[in-house]
Design a protein around this ligand. Sequence first.
Ligand code: NAD
Length: 260
Amino acid sequence: MARFTNRIGIITGAASGIGKEIALRFAAEGGTPVIADLNLAAAQSTAEEIKAKGSDAFAVAMNVTDEAEVEAGVAAVAAKYGRIDVLVSNAGIQIVHPFVDFPFSDWKKLTSIHLDGAFLTTKACLKHMYAANYGRVVYMGSVHSHEASKLKVAYVTAKHGLLGMARVLAKEGAEHNVTANVVCPGFVRTPLVDKQIPEQAKELGITEDEVIRNVMLKDTVDGEFTTTDDVADAVLFFAGATSNVMTGQSLVVSHGWYMQ
Ligand code: NAD
């Protein structure tokens, strides 16, 4: 039997990048991924791509910062499948500015997607996980859950916050057989990163190539980007864990950038 046979997994932000790869891989190993994303058209296209390969998938429109939409989306999944086994809280954005000029509106927008989104989706899924006495929650952190970089005060603060959220859930969820862990990738070439290369070049007054070599990959051991596949491996490792031995932990997948 495949690792995720009969498992239902909600993956937020799964219409693109890392989340999409996790959804594809979860389906390839027998699970039914729920593609929960702000962008419904892209979520539906990801679900169709998965169905074309012979697996089940379900697309749900969800702004993770909107409590009513999160509750409705999770309720729709529970009504359709009767269970929610896995939550991958992955939806995220990046906004870069120097701290001194960081617009408060951008701070609120970013921290809301990463933190309110993780909180609201977790809270909605937990009711179902507790009722079933089973759940695997994985938060998409970052090397920036442990490390800081210039221009990223909102992102670094939010990603550090997810470690705290996972640790609380690890303690509260234990008696319900619910684990919570954080995967912390280095830079991955997704639309989120492609957008920030020219933005960082402008803010730092260097070329885009210098942003890649001297900022993004500077502290890796081999100058390599992390891939969506690498990140999916780590997420599915936590999502498929057969015991509660790993909970409240974070796993850095980054070609050696930040060694714990
Ligand atoms: P991406 O831009 O390719 O995909 C992000 C997805 O999130 C998109 O489909 C977008 O529609 C969705 N989204 C954005 N706001 C949303 C909201 N309010 N509600 C629901 N969905 C929303 O980005 P990615 O690189 O795949 O990033 C995914 C996660 O991985 C993020 O949490 C990001 O911080 C994290 N991460 C990325 C990298 C990297 O280098 N790409 C590194 C470490 C961590």
